[in-house]
Design a protein around this ligand. Structure first.
Ligand code: ATP
Ligand code: MG
Length: 498
């Protein structure tokens, strides 16, 4: 028997006394796409960071092509042919795309130290084209969309021409087209014998692209299955340890008075004459393709962008929203799609992040009421089952899905009347998704008006009482629950008449 390309066995790791990995491992063949699945906080990214030399393991073995290795820093991992696409973006926003791509290994003329910009540009173009990206390599990375930045991150990993490629939730911010391009690249790398580790919470992707699946739970490997010999039910049972009965637990109530009413909302080039209303107790879905104007509409409601015209009424009173503080004062809460850039202050603790938008209710005469603050943290951790070692843990070190729960938690604590959720379950595991859905259902039944923006069509259809569809800045469809079918919504989203 030949050695597998990579073998990790009985890996252990703890952070300041908290055991995060107890017995984790799997093996990877060359030309294989191997999925790592597991709930938020199961330890997937930590295991990969050990492979990448970012963390040192406390115990266990790593073998690359049969040879045991201590990978003590990222450079050593690169030397062994290991490249990583991290869950969180690592690009430097004020550098250009090509500078980011070749950071630390710029093309230089002999020993002169002069950078060969043209050569670098050509090389960058080549890697971007592999991903079917038509992008000028000299633009600043910070000016790109999150999805494009993710693609640059992928191109960067590809350009290392690794034997082992780790993709940690690469598709969370990508459009369907971008995902297709990525999958084409993965298929061609497979043919070249590259072994890939693929982490994602999206079941459909796993079954489409992966050969085998290893499931982790609480820092341990539960088991490995061949994709064609397992199904979603079995994987969910392995991950969660229970069966999920009802994927979309929505029990609608009779809606009450009109909570939010928007008329003729317009902003040049982005949102055109958008009108709709949400009553107390209603969950209204906002569907549409990427770039249809959904996030822009939410930004207008929250004062992140300013409208050219249109009115917003809350509980029957017209309100002027010029900046987010106005929106918060009028009872609007906004969970943005980009938790890394807007949702959280990463170097601060869980407690501090939760307190931030709630300083008014937590303080008196400018002094923060510590007990109230502690209770808020405790309640949030409890209701949302945030997996954390305690209130002082930096949110930077929480797992991706748990960070998302903290974003939702901090807004809920503002006791809002209108809650806008933009892609609330992106990167969230299937068990935590269910918890977020239950929470939405409960909040709606308590009288909140909820606007749910999501690209996950089954989620929009499953959780919304009514669905609005946008296309090119306009509302092109409006469906009650029983008319809101995948087909109707897709048609309206692509601009077709319904
Ligand atoms: N640097 C760190 N310091 C302290 N705790 C950490 C650190 N990194 C990770 N953890 C903890 O280790 C656990 C596993 O985290 P990890 O990021 O590996 O989960 P994951 O499986 O990738 O989850 P997700 O699906 O949400 O990305 C979490 O409970 C997290 O809080
Ligand atoms: Mg992770």
């Amino acid at each position: 028997m030949t050695n597998p390309l990579l073998e990790m066995t009985q890996i252990q790791k703890s952070f300041s006394g908290v055991q995060v990995l107890t017995d984790a491992g799997f093996s990877l063949e060359s030309g294989e796409v191997h999925a790592l699945m597991g709930e938020n906080g199961a330890g997937k990214s930590t295991l990969m960071k050990i492979l990448g030399g970012i963390y040192r393991k406390d115990g266990g073995r790593v073998r690359v092509s049969g040879v045991e290795r201590e990978i003590s820093d990222p450079r050593e991992a690169t030397g062994l042919g290991i490249a990583m696409i991290h869950q969180e973006l690592n690009l430097i926003p004020h550098l250009s795309v090509m500078e980011n791509l070749f950071l630390g290994r710029e093309f230089v003329f002999g020993r002169t130290g002069w950078i060969r910009w043209n050569r670098m540009k050509e090389e960058a173009k080549k890697w971007l084209e592999q991903l079917e990206m038509d992008l000028d390599p000299s633009v600043k990375t910070g000016d790109l969309s999150v999805g494009q930045q993710q693609m640059v991150e992928i191109a960067k990993a590809l350009s290392l021409e690794a034997k082992i490629l780790v993709l940690d939730e690469p598709t969370a911010a990508l459009t369907n087209r971008e995902i297709e391009s990525l999958f084409n690249v993965i298929r061609s790398l497979k043919k070249q014998g590259v072994g890939m580790i693929y982490i994602s919470h999206r079941m459909e992707e796993i079954f489409e692209i992966c050969d085998r699946i290893t499931v982790m739970r609480d820092g341990e490997t539960v088991g490995t299955r061949v994709s064609s010999e397992t199904d979603m039910d079995e994987l969910v049972r392995m991950m969660v340890g229970r069966k999920i009965k009802n994927r979309y637990p929505r029990n609608p109530v009779m809606p009450g008075e009109e909570r939010l009413c928007v008329e003729g909302l317009t902003r040049k080039g982005e949102v055109k004459d958008v009108s709709f209303s949400i009553r107390q107790g209603e969950i209204v879905g906002l569907a549409g393709l990427m770039g249809a104007g959904r996030t822009e509409t939410a930004d207008l409601l929250f004062g992140v962008r300013k409208p050219d015209s249109g009115t917003i009424r809350i509980d029957g009173h017209e309100v002027r929203i010029r900046r987010p503080e106005d929106a918060i004062r009028h009872g609007i809460a906004y969970v943005t799609e980009d938790r890394k850039q807007e949702g959280l202050v990463l170097p601060l603790s869980l407690r501090e992040n939760l307190a931030l938008p709630n300083l008014r209710s937590l303080s008196a005469w400018g002094v923060i009421h510590r007990q109230k603050e502690a209770r808020l943290t405790e309640e949030t951790v409890e209701t949302l089952s945030v997996k954390t070692s305690g209130p002082e843990q930096e949110v930077r070190t929480l797992s991706g899905g748990n960070q998302q729960k903290v974003v939702i938690g901090k807004w809920l604590a503002t006791s809002p009347r209108v809650l806008i959720l933009d892609e609330p379950t992106r990167g969230v595991d299937i068990g935590a998704k269910e918890e977020i859905y239950r929470l939405m259902d409960r909040l709606a039944r308590e009288g909140l008006a909820i606007l749910l923006i999501s690209s996950d069509l089954p989620e929009v259809l499953g959780m919304s009482d009514r669905v609005l569809v946008m296309h090119e800045g306009r509302i092109t469809g409006q469906f009650d629950k029983d008319e809101a079918t995948q087909e109707n919504v897709m048609k309206a989203a692509s601009g077709g008449e319904v």
